[in-house]
Design a protein around this ligand. Structure first.
Ligand code: FEC
Length: 308
């Protein structure tokens, strides 16, 4: 008998300072980073309180999505698998199989597709099946950046974000959508990542009635090759030169609080904006908001019905 399961996948985060080096090594595909690079990353974690809530938030989303699916009459177990830390995607597969699941739907908790990001999750899942000799019929939701429920959530978050500026400044706030940068070479293989980001930014801007949908990139890695820009830190200089004084950043490429939000935006980007005399705010992340959970459950339910 065939049974369907869902695996929600997220990046993974180290739980202690001792985990930072092995975590970083995993991100680098097994190549250990230099002690300086580990110290720098450890410092970023310390600056946000030693750890990030990514694992807990992902587990809460998992439980909430499972509940919504059950309410829709779908008896579908929902699992969490992480790309770079425990519970690793591969390590969850024996439990999936033991539960009698034969068809597994993978959904990455990042809305836009890139071979670098979502493609990496796919690779870890297939390698995991190979490692454990587990055969599952795997289907992947490759992107859900245009799901109307998700776009509505983001529009709500932008409206809420705008209210955090003084009333008299609201018309002058420039809204900047962002996602994790990736190496520029993704362009050489026709990757849809940039186009999908622009599409979701435009759709949210239209819902809110913004004049335009500006895009910048964040959290680029230090790998010695060019990454997609403009980086938000440079873009703030550009905006400042245009006379802009109020900026609302919308990290639409992420769905929960983690290092790239709590450090890269709340510490680094905020400090840069303030040094330029700008008022800087960022939108809240969807995290476990009921409307976001509902959108995600809908993405999952459609996939179960084979509608993706
Ligand atoms: O809270 C946490 O502890 C985890 C935060 C976190 C998220 C995240 C999401 C994405 N990344 C993506 C691409 C890359 C590429 C490299 C890379 C490197 C890092 C490092 C840390 C890190 N990432 Fe990440 N990423 C998070 C954390 N990421 C830490 C290593 C130090 C650094 O470079 O800052 C470069 C790999 C290399 O060096 O070879 C590429 C993409 C996403 C968004 C999609 C997703 O969530 O999966 C794309 C969250």
């Amino acid at each position: 008998m065939s049974r369907t399961g869902i695996m929600l996948m997220a990046y993974g985060t180290p739980e202690t300072a001792e985990h930072v080096a092995p975590y970083y090594t995993h991100i680098r595909g097994g190549r250990p980073p230099s002690p300086e690079a580990v110290a720098h990353l450890t410092h970023r974690y310390e600056a946000v309180g030693g750890r990030t809530p990514l694992t807990e938030l992902t587990e809460e989303v998992r439980a909430a999505v499972a509940e919504r699916l059950a309410e829709r009459g779908l008896d579908v177990p929902v699992y969490v698998g992480m790309k770079h830390w425990h519970p690793y995607i591969a390590d969850v597969l024996p439990r999936v199989r033991a539960d009698g699941v034969t068809r597994l739907i993978g959904i990455v908790l990042a809305p836009h597709y890139s071979r670098f990001s979502v493609g990496g999750y796919q690779r870890y899942l297939f390698e995991g099946m190979h490692k454990h000799g587990t055969h599952l019929d795997v289907e992947f939701v490759e992107h859900w950046h245009d799901h109307p429920g998700f776009l509505d959530v983001m529009a709500t978050l932008v409206r809420e974000g705008l209210t955090r500026f003084p009333e008299e400044a609201r018309d002058d706030v420039v809204v900047v959508f962002s996602a994790h940068s990736l190496p520029e070479r993704i362009r050489t293989w026709g990757d849809p990542y940039e186009a999908q980001l622009a599409e979701s930014a435009r759709a949210v801007a239209a819902r809110v009635g913004l004049r335009d949908a500006r895009v910048a990139w964040q959290s680029a890695g230090a790998t010695g090759e060019p990454w997609i820009g403009p980086d938000i830190l440079d873009y703030l200089d550009t905006l400042h030169a245009e006379g802009v004084r109020h900026v609302l950043q919308v990290p639409i490429g992420f769905v929960c609080d983690h290092l790239e939000i709590l450090y890269d935006l709340d510490v680094e980007t905020r400090a840069k904006a303030e040094s330029l005399g700008m008022t800087y705010r960022r939108t809240q992340l969807p995290n476990v908001r009921p409307d976001f959970v509902e959108a995600l459950a809908d993405v999952a339910a459609r996939a179960v019905a084979g509608e993706n």
